[in-house]
Design a protein around this ligand. Structure first.
Ligand SMILES: Cc1cc2nc3c(=O)[nH]c(=O)nc-3n(C[C@H](O)[C@H](O)[C@H](O)COP(=O)(O)OP(=O)(O)OC[C@H]3O[C@@H](n4cnc5c(N)ncnc54)[C@H](O)[C@@H]3O)c2cc1C
Length: 306
């Protein structure tokens, strides 16, 4: 089995595969996935509180030292089916033949794709509702987005930030109750109908430039932090032609993590499983490894009979 992705789902699947004595190979761009970005995890069993990097380092230790799993740090660019097996091709142009593939490629927060965004990522520009905002205490910040997740960030920043600029391309789309609560915050300025043009600064972010969509009026906001909350997208393009996806482009899975194509399993945030959380992704990864083993044993049995 080849496991693609090194987040909680992939790392748990790989550790399970090792304990199940499967011939497993992990290919991942990084070991940790989104979990590494969490500054405060309070909902992973066994730890009252742990940071993302600490938890990921424990995952890595378990995978590499307690149960060694063969792995390659690379990006999978293609999966080519051949009869009931698959060629897995990497960016580094390695090709591996496998009987089963487990896709755990997770999710990526939607980006703005504007100048300065890559440069200031994690140095002022953050995605989503991060668990610890204390680094912007007393500072001026911007939140980009107009949905529930953007407004929840505004609520979390309310008593911390000196001034909050909320920038949305449209009228706020969050639930009316949260809009009502947030709009009266004295330290909040709302810019509806504005697009974000660029991020700028020296060593860290200092400015975000926005533009009124009707009329083109431009404003430069002085900020120490920007929180982008414009949705997320599953990393499912790799298998879009091979398995069924839902309208959100998540991989549709059965309760045992099997996809619509025999031999391809999927687990974690990239799937339509409810709940995008570390413990859920880990649990799904474990389940997928068990299911893949059952599939491979059945297949080997059928081949032996033939
Ligand atoms: C800022 C932040 C804070 C969070 N806080 C919490 C929290 O406190 N508690 C909680 O439970 N959850 C939290 N989450 C959510 C949690 O991190 C995710 O639900 C979880 O990481 C999903 O795990 P996953 O393995 O499915 O996917 P991911 O963690 O997204 O991992 C996907 C992996 O696949 C790799 N990959 C993608 N495409 C390819 C490819 N083509 N080839 C090879 N590798 C590939 C990626 O590099 C990565 O290693 C947080 C998320 C963020 C962003």
């Amino acid at each position: 089995m080849i496991i693609i992705g090194g987040g909680p789902a992939g790392l748990t699947a790989a550790t399970f595969a090792a304990t199940l004595k499967m011939k497993a190979f992990l290919i991942a761009r990084d070991l940790g996935g989104q979990a590494v970005d969490s500054t405060k995890i309070e909902n992973y069993m066994g730890f009252d509180f742990i940071t993302g990097p600490e938890l990921v380092s424990r995952f890595q230790n378990q995978l590499l030292h307690s149960h060694f799993v063969d792995h390659l740090m690379d990006e999978v660019t293609r999966i080519i089916p051949e009869k009931d097996a698959f060629h897995v091709v990497t960016r580094g142009e390695d090709t591996f033949l496998t009987n089963a593939v487990l896709v755990t490629t997770g999710m990526t927060r939607k980006k703005l794709y504007i100048p300065g965004e890559e440069e200031f990522q994690r140095r002022g520009v953050f995605y989503g509702n991060i668990p610890d905002f204390s680094f912007v205490e007393g500072e001026e910040v911007a939140v980009i987005g107009g949905g529930n997740s953007a407004l929840q960030i505004v609520e979390n920043l309310r008593t911390l930030a000196r001034r909050i600029h909320l920038v949305s391309t449209s009228k706020l789309k969050a639930d009316p109750a949260i809009i009502e609560r947030v709009k009266v915050f004295p330290n909040l300025t709302v810019y509806e109908g504005y697009r974000t043009l660029q991020f700028a600064g020296e060593n860290s972010l200092t400015t975000v430039e926005i533009e009124k969509m009707s009329g083109g009026k431009r404003l430069c906001l002085s900020v120490q932090g920007v929180f982008v909350a414009i949705g997320h997208e599953p990393n499912s393009a790799l298998v879009a032609d091979l398995v069924a996806l839902n309208e959100k482009e998540e991989i549709v899975i059965r309760p045992d993590c099997a996809t619509s194509r025999p031999g391809i399993f999927a687990a974690g945030d990239v799937t339509d499983a409810f709940g995008k959380r570390i413990i859920i992704a880990s649990g799904e990864g474990a389940k997928a490894a068990l299911a893949a083993k059952a599939y491979l044993l059945k297949k080997a049995g059928a081949e032996a009979i033939r």
